[in-house]
Design a protein around this ligand. Structure first.
Ligand code: C2E
Ligand code: SIN
Ligand code: SIN
Ligand code: FE
Length: 398
């Protein structure tokens, strides 16, 4: 039996995920505080007043900027700044608020806590800006007393820690979900011979097609960031239902009998049901919920002649229509117990021919575009030596 853990494959999958961010909470590791203010006096008072400030055994390290623009640069160089003490009026009337917008929307830093400080109360931002830009606090400069600054700083740092903790937790959950998915896919696959890097190819092709479809055209609305984040990994679960198919059928080196074919077709619904059960334990869209749609829908055909439900066109979930193309192309160009690999050119011809009957034509078009760009969605173009003769196409028994 093959080694089911496949560490190298796991590594490759995990390497694609955002690296976890272990935060060694060292005592001599001060909180970074960025002071953005055009008045030198404000910097001096802040340093003076918070000179011996400590929170959770860690002191402060000040970064100083005298314009909003310099503040933005310092934040980009120091993404681990915990708190920004920000003036409102600097090089322009609204320089401070504009910087807040830039921090959240352009720089994309949603973690840093922002305390606005202004000379006049009339410059307070609208309530809407507070909500929209997640501004922590608002102080007038007359409140630069030791006590007020101390409480503002403790509040902001506490809040920063909470947000960081939630982010780490979220990443752990994501990583363990990914581990579960990979283990499940491996379980299904070890029964199926000759699949090799199948899992990784399906993941990458599905992602590449989805990205292409998401860039423009009628599917660009449905394909949002969550969809892109989940669909590739969910795709590796498409055949999870094969766990329930007896080896004598799965590994039969020949055409299936009508009876065997009936059994084989159950893998779609079995996979869907298993994943639906797991999806019910995870709120919101997940690898499991998208995976359920893919497992149940990847053998449906655009013209309604597929299985298990005979769904037609847009009735078939978009993620399943994408995986149908990625899966068939992979099956055709790979060796199976029952067939020899086809040369890529012939597999592409089959996709083109079946666009509009088996496959969603827009999805075949997107895949063909990727191939034309020299990217068939895999790490390296799979170049198996073409077989001496084009193998006879074996259609499953009716
Ligand atoms: P699979 O091998 O991963 O194939 C996935 C899909 O690729 C197939 O779904 C089919 O749409 C397409 N495909 C693969 N090889 C060929 C081919 O030689 N010609 C054509 N026209 N299409 C091909 P399908 O047909 O629903 O089959 C689902 C699964 O059933 C297959 O997954 C495979 O595990 C099994 N299977 C299908 N036919 C046979 C067979 O003749 N013998 C054995 N042992 N298993 C088979
Ligand atoms: C898998 O478990 O994903 C591999 C199934 C296949 O041969 O398509
Ligand atoms: C299919 O329609 O079953 C996929 C590929 C082919 O037709 O050869
Ligand atoms: Fe399948």
């Amino acid at each position: 039996m093959e080694d089911m853990t496949r560490p190298d494959e796991m590594d490759q999958l995990f390497a694609e995920e955002e690296a976890l961010e272990p935060r060694p909470a060292s005592k001599d590791d001060p909180w970074k505080v960025l002071v953005v203010d055009d008045e030198e006096q404000v910097h001096a008072v802040t340093r003076l007043v918070l000179g011996d400030f400590e929170f959770q055994g860690r002191g402060l390290k000040f970064l100083n900027a005298y314009t909003a623009q310099a503040g933005a640069s310092l934040l980009v160089e120091n993404p681990d700044v915990a708190v920004i003490l920000l003036d409102v009026v600097m090089e322009s009337e609204h320089a401070g608020l504009e910087l807040v917008h830039k921090i959240r929307e352009e720089i994309g830093n949603r973690f840093v806590r922002i305390v606005l400080r202004t000379g006049q109360p009339g410059q307070a931002p609208e309530k809407q800006a507070f909500l929209e830009y997640d501004i922590n606090d608002y102080r007038t400069k007359t409140e630069l007393t030791a006590e007020k600054l101390f409480t503002a700083m403790v509040g902001a740092l506490r809040n920063y820690e909470d947000i960081k903790r939630i982010k780490r937790l979220f990443e752990q959950v994501k990583a363990s979900q990914l581990a579960t998915v990979v283990a499940m896919a491996d379980l299904a696959e070890y029964k199926d011979e000759d699949t090799g890097d199948h899992v990784l190819r399906i993941k990458r092709r599905t992602e590449a097609i989805a990205r292409k479809l998401g860039a423009s055209g009628p599917y660009s609305v449905a394909i949002n960031e969550t969809f892109l984040e989940l669909v590739g990994t969910a795709a590796i679960l498409h055949d999870i239902g094969k766990i329930g198919i007896p080896d004598r059928i799965l590994q039969k080196p020949a055409k299936l009998t009508a009876e065997e074919w009936e059994v084989m077709r159950t893998h779609a619904l079995m996979g869907e049901h298993l994943l639906r059960k797991l999806a019910a334990m995870v709120p919101g869209p997940s690898f499991m919920s998208i995976g359920a749609n893919i497992a149940g829908g990847h053998h449906e055909k655009w013209n309604g002649t597929g299985y298990p439900r005979g769904l037609k066109g847009q009735e078939i979930p978009l993620e399943a229509r994408i995986v149908a193309v990625a899966d068939v192309y992979d099956a055709l160009t790979s060796r199976r117990a029952y067939k020899e690999p086809w040369p890529p050119k012939e597999a592409l011809e089959a996709l083109r021919r079946d666009a509009g009957s088996h496959f969603d034509p827009l999805i075949v078009e997107a895949f063909l575009e990727l191939v034309a760009e020299g990217n068939d969605g895999t790490i390296e173009p799979s170049a198996p030596a073409p077989p001496p003769e084009t193998p006879e196409r074996k259609e499953p028994a009716e």
